[in-house]
Design a protein around this ligand. Sequence first.
Ligand code: RP5
Length: 166
Amino acid sequence: MSTPLVGIVMGSDSDWPLVQKAAETLKSFGVAFEVRVISAHRTPDLAFAYAGGAEARGLQVLIAAAGGAAHLGGVLAAHTVLPVIGIPVAGGALNGLDALYATLQMPAGIPVATVTLGSAGPVNAALLAVQILGAADPDLRRKFHAYKEELKQKVIEGNAKVNATL
Ligand code: RP5
């Protein structure tokens, strides 16, 4: 396995069923990644150490997924200069609105690029990570062009399928 470029961090293993879609998406682009369960609240020292050491270990993008009072993205971003992408995880009494606002509403100076609630979130987090890496990697950009072409073909096929039923 080559050196991971993307670090996927989640606040709890209960987030994994959702977050594994980010891992699958990175895999489909051939991007090396690692996965960690680290909580900003339950293991603050680990969160600090992970973010603080990420750049030196060769990581280039961090993805942070958390639910509830979701401070993970912000805490990681506070301790690294790497770009951090936040995935708010739905659940609890507020059904993810709390995680969405907590991840999204960062003060100026500490950005966390927040993706949507739901299953599109981890997919888009991984795609955004691929796009960030692709800025300096023509091969990844080629793969992204092919990916967009696939999306386009699916819509064209969908159009044909719907019209075939008329
Ligand atoms: C957050 O609290 C985690 O990211 C998770 O989404 C949520 C619930 O965690 P568990 O109680 O299931 O461990 O920190």
